[in-house]
Design a protein around this ligand. Structure first.
Ligand code: SAM
Length: 278
């Protein structure tokens, strides 16, 4: 699929009307988009530059842009709750998802994180997405295929239990492991066994008890660095002259992120030094 350049057949295009309502269409030669504000011919958009304005038969103007990945993530059908873009952005950078990386994620859920990982690892990397529920895996496959226009060759969506994976299933260890499942602390042995020394492990948990169990489990296993935990809060602002202020509503809590790195085999993690109490 094309990410930029003039529109062509098959592109997903977002039309925005003067009331800022969005409509998404897939460009098909000879086809028409019908609204109560008139008809828009797909042929009027094919060949135009992104950011063009197309006018319906009733004179309404629509702004045309390609669907961005974030638009797709938030509008696609879901089997399971998705990782929100504010959090997948954190995972890509803090999880150090590099071009060419071999990454394993579980569960694949609706495929939102899979898309972000696939774009980041590029054609030379590989993403293994494990999912225990067939219906969820099908959502992930449909959503990812719909976004990329085909199933990416560097993607292995697999039906299976993360806890049963070995390096034999992956042709060797992976560079990064990302878990988004209810009880990740039950699967830390598997993370240890499939992650390369120095590899980054991140997990995404919604509640404080989950966070505590995960942090304690990582510490107890003794083969990871002292874990870090945080959450990301993103607050939009309304910027209009003297009325400039934060928006009233925000997606305040989604989940906590936990981060650690795999130590080399046989290494005992240095004890974290805590300040003495007075
Ligand atoms: C919240 S969803 C993941 C959403 C996904 N990260 C996304 O962005 O679309 C959690 C998924 O983990 C799956 N799951 C739970 N336990 C699992 C296991 N042991 N192995 C593989 N998948 C598992 C669930 O079936 C569910 O689909």
């Amino acid at each position: 699929m094309a990410y930029s350049g003039p529109f062509h057949e098959g592109d997903k295009v977002q039309l925005t009307d003067p009331k800022r309502r969005h409509f998404t269409i897939t460009l098909t030669p000879g086809d028409n988009f019908h609204t109560h504000k008139g008809i828009v011919a797909h042929d009027d958009i094919i060949g135009a530059h992104e950011g063009s304005v197309v006018t319906s038969t009733m004179g309404t103007e629509f702004l045309c842009f390609r669907h961005l990945m974030v638009d797709h993530m938030l509008s696609m059908p879901r089997g399971a709750a998705v990782i929100y873009p504010k959090d997948s952005a954190q995972i890509l950078i803090e999880g150090d998802i590099f071009n060419g990386a071999r990454v394993l994620e579980a569960g694949a859920g609706s495929g939102a994180l899979s898309m972000a990982l696939l774009r980041a690892v590029g054609a030379d990397g590989h993403v293994f997405s494990y999912e225990i529920r067939e219906d969820h895996l099908n959502y992930a496959i449909d959503n990812v295929t719909d976004y990329f226009g085909q199933q990416p060759p560097q993607w292995s969506p697999r039906l299976g239990d993360f806890g049963e994976i070995t390096t034999d299933d992956l042709d060797g260890p992976v560079d990064r492991v990302i878990l988004d499942m209810v009880e990740p602390w039950h699967f830390l042995d598997t993370v240890r066994d499939i992650l390369i020394p120095g590899g980054v492990f991140m997990t995404y948990v919604a509640t404080v008890p989950q966070l505590m169990n995960t942090m304690e489990g990582i510490r107890e296993l003794g083969c990871f660095t002292e874990p870090r935990a945080w959450e990301s809060l993103v607050r939009e602002w309304k910027v209009e002259g003297l009325a400039t202020r934060p928006e009233h509503r925000m997606n305040a809590h989604t989940a906590f992120l936990v981060w650690t790195r795999r130590l080399a085999d046989g290494v005992t993690p240095p004890r974290p030094q805590r300040r003495a109490r007075r």
